[in-house]
Design a binder for this molecule. Structure first.
Ligand SMILES: Cc1cc2nc3c(=O)[nH]c(=O)nc-3n(C[C@H](O)[C@H](O)[C@H](O)COP(=O)(O)OP(=O)(O)OC[C@H]3O[C@@H](n4cnc5c(N)ncnc54)[C@H](O)[C@@H]3O)c2cc1C
Ligand SMILES: *[C@@H]1O[C@H](CO)[C@@H](O)[C@H](O)[C@H]1NC(C)=O
Ligand SMILES: *[C@@H]1O[C@H](CO)[C@@H](O)[C@H](O)[C@H]1NC(C)=O
Ligand SMILES: *[C@@H]1O[C@H](CO)[C@@H](O)[C@H](O)[C@H]1NC(C)=O
Ligand SMILES: *[C@@H]1O[C@H](CO)[C@@H](O)[C@H](O)[C@H]1NC(C)=O
Length: 509
């Protein structure tokens, strides 16, 4: 049971930033903060804003990096005089707004802070290649778009009849759309692994959840925003949406940067968080927004160990990797469309190309990037940059057999899976992950330990707007607990035994 602490409600703002706690048996009012928010990405910052809006100021964001934004990270690429800010992490506002309908909250933040973004034509502005150069298979792409839509329609029928989930690979088989050659495979890759951003192949994806995730974001009749994607090209970086938002409410004493959490000790009475330098911080509540990959890898220790239902949920969702490889050339010699697809004998080998040296983005920049995902991302993370560059150039030279393709003047990619603060790019819902697992991923432990982030979003896992809505919701629910008198927490299933698709899953404590 929770107590209300008047000292805090009366505005006792005497919390210290990351100061060592004094005693084991602290009174509630002498804890370092009411709420410790672990992680300063979109979920953490929006949760903090929600507490702030509810008049709760006694919180502290603990962030390992030297800035807020989390996976919203940029990089300056280019030779002197031709330098550009490019996005290593999220780049698109996915689903924008239709008429006066619901706007993607990320678009709303971009509008508010004047963060420049530009419609990116991912379906219409595409050139297609294979290893002998240009080859027109655009018609196959159109077919592939329809085939993906069809898997979503049949998924909807499965949900209505409460049939169990299967892999997306099975959906392609059942609907008679399994790719039969490398061109069809490249087009399917474009749809599933890339444009829908699952960053994993169809056999690694849930059939039903991939349809939900797509519908909830892109189809207005299911509450989605629009079917458009806008590319952020702001030279301050996409992260500006969250940093400028934080600057409006966050006080310096409410955030502790360069602070790596190593241990989270929790009980029904509160929590003690230990940082890498030995500092301990106490609180009534902890909101953990660390990436699913970090939780899976065990970078942070929980004391006591998390209950088995929570561990199962954490280990059942999957962390996928999405890697953008940037190149700058003296001069543009490539396609004049926004996008290009390269079909290789090996599915997923440097398949998706995007021109930034385009009138809509950075004309004259000499910039182009290629994206790889999933297992191929892990493969190149293990290679030297120079070896990856060599492979990429081999592909580019195959795409342009009649041109002497020069070496790039700049080359860069980030290894998201190897980064101990992320351990991948974003979560993906595999066929063995069930709606009960998703509820358990969000559920509280001992009413003290809360979880939020893109991975806890049933509808929008993987997306920035998923992280946003989860931060908002956790902020609201934690605020209710802080205000008291009762803290309900989020309920969980002790074991997941029901494979019925959401929304028919019933949650009991
Ligand atoms: C390459 C890539 C491309 C993407 N593309 C898109 C896109 O185009 N559109 C889109 O909508 N989404 C995209 N995403 C997904 C999007 O970036 C995420 O959904 C979102 O940023 C997640 O926010 P979050 O707050 O849940 O987590 P995070 O941003 O990961 O925040 C968690 C924070 O915890 C910190 N942390 C980790 N460990 C510790 C520790 N031990 N101690 C203290 N702090 C710690 C991290 O530094 C981080 O700041 C992409 C992601 C990647 C990586
Ligand atoms: C959207 O809202 C504006 C201003 O309220 C109004 O003028 C316009 O007619 C609306 N458009 C639609 C499509 O509803
Ligand atoms: C996804 O949207 C399509 C088109 O609106 C619909 O037919 C289908 O039932 C939806 N699928 C799911 C799983 O919600
Ligand atoms: C440990 O880190 C915290 C937060 O970054 C800082 O406030 C504190 O001074 C550090 N303590 C030591 C002993 O370095
Ligand atoms: C490249 O050159 C070959 C041989 O001259 C020619 O057949 C082919 O059409 C050319 N390809 C392109 C893309 O120009």
């Amino acid at each position: 049971m929770r107590h209300v602490h008047l000292a805090v409600l009366l505005g006792c703002a005497a919390f210290a930033t990351a100061s060592p706690s004094t005693a084991q048996n602290d009174q509630r009012s002498t804890k370092d903060a009411k709420v410790l928010i672990l992680g300063g990405g979109v979920a953490g910052v929006i949760a903090a804003r929600t507490l702030h809006r509810k008049g709760i100021t006694d919180f502290l964001i603990i962030e390992a990096r030297d800035e807020l934004g989390g996976r919203m990270q940029d990089y300056t690429i280019g030779v002197p005089g031709k330098q550009y800010t490019i996005e290593l992490g999220p780049n698109w506002i996915q689903g924008t707004q239709t008429g006066n309908g619901t706007a993607n909250p990320i678009l709303t933040l971009a509008r508010k802070h004047h963060v420049k973004n530009q419609y990116n034509d991912l379906d219409g502005s595409i050139t297609t290649y294979d290893y002998n150069g240009f080859k027109d298979y655009r018609d196959l792409l159109d077919t592939s778009i329809n085939q993906f839509t069809q898997t979503g329609v049949v998924a909807g029928e499965r949900v209505l009849t409460q049939q169990v989930d299967l892999g997306l690979q099975s959906a392609y088989g059942i609907t008679g759309a399994t790719p039969k050659n490398m061109y069809e495979a490249a087009c399917q890759y474009y749809q599933v692994d890339w444009v829908r951003e699952y960053a994993q192949s169809p056999d690694q994806n849930s059939w039903i959840a991939s349809a939900w995730n797509n519908n909830f974001t892109y189809y207005t009749d299911m509450g989605g925003f629009s079917d458009e994607n806008n590319l952020c090209i702001d030279q301050r970086g996409f992260k500006t949406i969250i940093q400028a938002e934080a600057a409006e409410f966050l006080q310096p004493q409410q955030v502790s940067l360069n602070s790596v959490v190593t241990t989270i000790e929790y009980s029904g009475d509160g929590a003690t968080v230990t940082l890498a330098n030995g500092t301990t911080l106490t609180s009534d509540y902890v909101l953990c927004t660390l990436s699913l990959g970090v939780l899976q890898y065990g970078d942070v220790a929980f004391k006591p160990t998390l209950p088995s239902w929570k561990m199962e949920a954490i280990q059942s969702m999957v962390m996928a990797t999405y890697t953008k490889i940037f190149l700058q050339f003296e001069q543009n010699f490539w396609f004049d469309t926004e996008m290009a697809i390269y079909a290789d004998k090996e599915r997923g080998r440097y398949p998706i190309w995007q021109s930034l040296d385009h009138v809509k983005f950075f004309p004259g920049s000499g910039l182009v990037f290629v994206t790889v995902t999933g297992d191929f991302s892990l493969r190149i993370e293990g290679m030297e940059d120079s070896d990856v560059q060599e492979e990429v150039m081999e592909v580019l030279r195959a795409m342009y057999p009649n041109i002497t393709v020069p070496d790039p003047v700049a080359f860069h990619f980030k290894r998201w899976n190897a980064d101990p603060l992320f351990r991948g790019s974003y979560s993906n819902w595999p066929p063995s992950f069930l709606p009960g697992h998703s509820e358990n991923l969000r559920a509280t432990v001992d009413k003290t330990l809360w979880f939020a982030g893109e991975a806890t979003s049933l509808k929008y896992f993987g997306f920035l707007h998923g992280a946003y809505y989860e931060g908002l919701n956790a902020g609201e629910e934690v605020a209710k607990c802080v205000e008291g008198p009762v803290c309900a927490g989020r309920q969980h299933l002790n074991s997941v035994v029901d494979a019925s698709p959401y929304p028919f899953v019933s949650i009991t404590s």
